[in-house]
Design a binder for this molecule. Structure first.
Ligand code: NAI
Ligand code: MG
Length: 363
């Protein structure tokens, strides 16, 4: 059997970092006999320019049929030439919803070699090893009604709806508790139960799921604003953090500061397993298209490369190979390999390609 991986490089630095993640996966196919078949497809504004559609039908079919997607980044500064319905058709939100990848895993592990690059004190971040389970297919990014309307007095009003059903909360909670059992057995559930009704339901449902089957895992509830503070103050207190779509988006970027750069963070978005135990999966670095550094060959590819490690773990079911890749990233950093975003003044700076070379030579 072969794992079919559709590669969607996207915009900005997306293609630059994705090329390196693909090179690393090809190393595993060649040297570790991981049966991967990688197929590149245009998507978003690149597809609009080349093919006149942000999501050509053949690409959508390939996405639905794939074992996993390896995604770069989306978002170009100037999309005004693309009609709004085309922008929606080729949006990342549509892919996430279409694949029903509700569980977005975002691990954050303090890299000992980057203690100096962190804006936090080395003794604060040392040993931090946490993972977000961000609910990805509901909440305020998807709720209706939504839109900008003109009111009776001629002024505008913008509307988004923050909505969660019990089922949407429960499946995210179950995922978090199962994951905690494979780690240190502690879940922090983050909400704004004090001011939001959907947040109160979030808290109640997480507690109910816990009581019904996961009392071997410890559960604490935390308000989202306090969580933002604690991620900087005491990141080592966290193991698994389960939270909604919006808070998970913001808080995982906060946690990006632990290693000094968003460019370090990987992610995996997973569906529920089918009858054969296979999950649909979308792997992508947490960062966006970074138009400020695109085209220069200086982006940090480690978020994309660590996303490839998550692909080895969750799709290829090869945890030893995932560990091997994560250790190679650590070794490359320990040997002094730095892209500009994680370099200290005076340190030699590598290109995107040279950083990936350092990882491959550590492999
Ligand atoms: P961003 O994540 O693209 O960049 C934020 C900052 O981090 C920038 O200073 C950038 O240079 C730096 N950075 C990000 N990735 C880096 C890397 N690999 N190496 C070195 N430095 C890196 O977020 P921003 O600037 O807010 O958004 C830019 C565009 O990306 C927007 O169009 C936004 O909608 C889109 N976006 C897309 C996402 C996705 O594809 N999943 C996620 C977040 C934003
Ligand atoms: Mg984000």
């Amino acid at each position: 059997m072969t794992f079919n991986i559709v590669v969607l490089p996207g915009d900005g630095i997306g293609p630059e970092v994705t090329d390196e993640a693909v090179r690393v996966l090809e190393w595993f196919a060649q040297h570790r006999a991981i049966p991967l078949h990688l197929e590149r497809r245009l998507f978003g504004s690149a597809a609009w320019t080349a093919e006149g559609s942000t999501m050509p039908d053949a690409t959508w079919e390939a996405i639905l049929a794939a074992d996993a997607l390896l995604f770069g980044a989306t978002g170009s500064l100037d999309q005004t030439h693309i009609p709004p319905e085309e922008r929606r058709k080729g949006s990342l939100l549509r892919i996430r919803k279409g694949l029903d990848v509700f569980a977005n895993l975002r691990p954050v592990k303090a890299q000992p070699a980057l203690a100096e690059a962190s804006p936090f004190k080395a003794r604060t971040v040392a040993g931090a090893d946490l993972i977000f389970v961000r609910e990805l297919t509901a909440g305020v990014y998807f709720g209706t009604p939504r839109g900008v309307e003109t009111q009776a007095d001629g002024t505008r009003r913008g509307v988004n709806t923050h909505s969660y059903t019990e089922a949407e909360i429960a499946r995210a909670a179950r995922f978090a508790f199962e994951l905690a059992r494979t780690r240190r057995g502690h879940v922090t559930s983050v909400d704004k139960a004090n001011v939001m009704e959907a947040g109160r339901l979030w808290r109640d449902v997480v507690s109910e799921v816990h009581a019904a089957g996961y009392t071997d895992v410890t559960l604490e509830h935390m308000l989202a604003d306090n969580c933002a503070l604690q991620l900087g103050r005491a990141p080592t207190r966290f193991d698994v953090i389960v939270t909604d779509n919006l808070f998970g988006d913001l808080l995982s970027d906060c946690a990006g500061a632990i290693n000094g750069s968003l460019g370090m963070l990987p992610s995996a978005a997973l569906s529920a397993p089918d009858a054969d135990g296979r999950r649909r999966a979308l792997y992508e670095p947490v960062h966006g298209s970074a138009p400020d550094i695109a085209g220069k060959g200086i982006a940090n590819p480690l978020g994309a490369i660590l996303s490839a490690a998550m692909l080895l773990r969750w799709t290829a079911k090869a945890p030893a190979e995932a560990d091997r890749l994560e250790k190679a990233v650590e070794a490359a950093l320990a040997s002094g390999a730095r892209t500009a975003d994680i370099a200290m003044p005076g340190e030699a700076v590598l290109s995107t390609r040279a950083m990936a070379d350092a990882v491959i030579s550590a492999l």
